[in-house]
Ligand binder design. Structure first.
Ligand code: GUN
Length: 278
């Protein structure tokens, strides 16, 4: 039986620590406020945006939201970002992704002032992570590190296989695991002998975006398995990239979906917002 890595509990612990810190910082006259921009009405994005605003309210950070229509032009969005870059009362700017197809995501991310890039997506933040200098960390991979640390998982010297190479999860995850002195392999959909490779992992982190892709054939006995995926199956049940029922008996520790990595992303976003006050 694997130990369940409880992201709900750990994210709550982090939010409570941040709430206490924000109260202390407020005594010194410091405040923070997050601007959240959503373009269009994608239902999943609306849920994420609402959760982010609720988390801000919980820990004592201000938030303002901009819910723009689907037809918003790239120029209009870039103009809003410029305005928020200038606005002193706004400390963090988050543009919920994905954006409608007529807007160039890269241009939008590049427009955000790196000092307000609480998502950690700006090339300056990505570069800082690469060379180990100070900068905002992308929230999901930073959340995985916190899950591992706070569950007592040793990373130094361990074989870590990351399945997925996105800019938001796989690549920054590799940098963060390197920082923890793990030996890191990044695998992806074109990797040969993926099963054998994954089977060598002491820590297997999966962000491949395919429901229940990782079965018992990919997992070494006693491995720690972190599932970054989230999918809604027919019948509305949620599942991850890992087939939990068949992998759990093999693993020493595993994240559930929901309640694993998901809640950590928002907790780490809140940490980045508080970082603007420290
Ligand atoms: N869409 C899915 N995940 C994220 C995230 O972490 N940040 C933003 N801005 N958009 C997302």
């Amino acid at each position: 039986m694997a130990k369940l890595v409880d992201g709900k509990r750990i994210s709550q612990e982090i939010k409570d620590e941040l709430k206490a810190e924000v109260a202390d910082l407020a005594q010194q006259g410091k405040t923070a406020s997050l601007a959240v921009i959503q373009v269009g009405g994608d239902p999943a994005s609306s849920v994420y945006v609402r959760n982010k605003k609720n988390a801000c309210a919980y820990i004592g950070i201000g938030s303002e939201s901009y819910e723009l229509p689907e037809e918003t032009t790239e120029e209009e969005l870039l103009a809003l970002i410029q305005e928020l870059n200038q606005k002193e009362e706004v400390h963090g700017i988050l543009v919920q992704l994905p954006l409608p197809a007529h807007i160039d995501e890269e241009k939008v991310i590049l427009a955000i002032d790196p000092s307000k890039d609480v998502d950690g997506f700006h090339p300056q933040s990505a570069g800082a992570l690469m060379i180990g200098s100070k900068g905002f960390l992308p929230c999901t991979p930073a959340g995985v590190i916190q899950l591992l640390k706070r569950s007592g998982v040793e990373m130094e010297g361990k074989n870590c296989v990351i399945v997925g190479r996105s800019n938001i999860v796989g690549k920054p995850m590799a940098m963060l695991m390197l920082r923890e002195n793990a030996t890191v392999t990044v695998a992806h959909s074109r990797t040969k002998n993926l099963k054998e490779l994954c089977k060598q992992a002491d820590i297997l982190i999966v962000a491949i975006g395919k429901p229940k892709f990782i079965t018992e054939e990919y997992v070494k006995e006693g491995a720690v398995v972190i599932d970054v995926g989230i999918h809604r199956l027919e019948g509305k049940k949620l599942c991850g990239d890992v087939d939990f029922d068949v992998v759990e008996p093999l693993a020493s520790a595993i994240t559930p979906v929901p309640g694993g990595v998901g809640p950590m992303t928002i907790a780490m976003l809140m940490n980045n917002c508080v970082e603007t006050m420290r």
